[in-house]
Design a protein around this ligand. Structure first.
Ligand code: HEC
Length: 147
């Protein structure tokens, strides 16, 4: 009986797991990446404002997260994912060259920021500023803020 219960539980969780993954589509995936960017930007901003003390390891982690986000982000815009609960602008699909330039720049700047390995708050400010300029410029061209 015990074994049966264990097997039944294992089967049940095996069924539940893929179902949860299946509900997360490209829109949710790319928004999750951006939510991470939002969290990291808040964290970095707090350090630069002096609200939290500068910590080189945390600063480097923030920059590494940005680089990972920049790398992963462009893969989540398949055809058809322009519809639904999304703030992605139609320009992403209608101006693919400009979109690629924006995502390439984000990757280039975040990679450069990681390589800077800032050891002081001032240097972190430079790396952070270089990365976050991308947030603004890309959102202006490719994000339609709703609500
Ligand atoms: C190459 C373009 C691009 C860059 C660079 C970019 N974003 Fe975005 N961002 C988008 C797009 C497109 C969306 C809308 C995604 C959607 O709704 O499908 C978005 C959405 C967001 C959201 C809302 C996520 C949600 O749905 O809750 C936040 C927060 C965000 N971005 C923060 C940032 C920050 C912070 C940076 C810089 C570190 C950044 N973004 C850089 C394109 C970009």
């Amino acid at each position: 009986m015990m074994l049966r219960a264990v097997i039944a539980a294992a089967l049940a969780s095996a069924v539940i797991l893929p179902a949860t993954i299946a509900t997360a589509g490209p829109i949710e995936d790319r928004q999750a990446i951006m939510k991470g960017n939002g969290r990291d930007t808040k964290l970095g901003g707090d350090m630069l404002k002096g609200a939290t003390p500068f910590d080189a390891a945390t600063a480097q982690k923030i920059l590494a997260n940005y680089a990972a986000a920049a790398k992963a982000f462009p893969a989540h815009f398949p055809a058809g994912s322009n519809k639904g609960e999304t703030e992605a602008a139609p320009a992403i699909w209608s101006m693919p060259v400009d979109w690629k330039a924006a995502t390439d720049k984000f990757q280039k700047d975040t990679t450069a920021a990681v390589a800077m390995k800032p050891a002081t708050l001032a240097d972190f400010g430079k790396a952070f500023g270089m990365v976050t300029a991308n947030c603004k410029s890309c959102h202006e061209s490719f994000r339609i803020k709703k609500g």
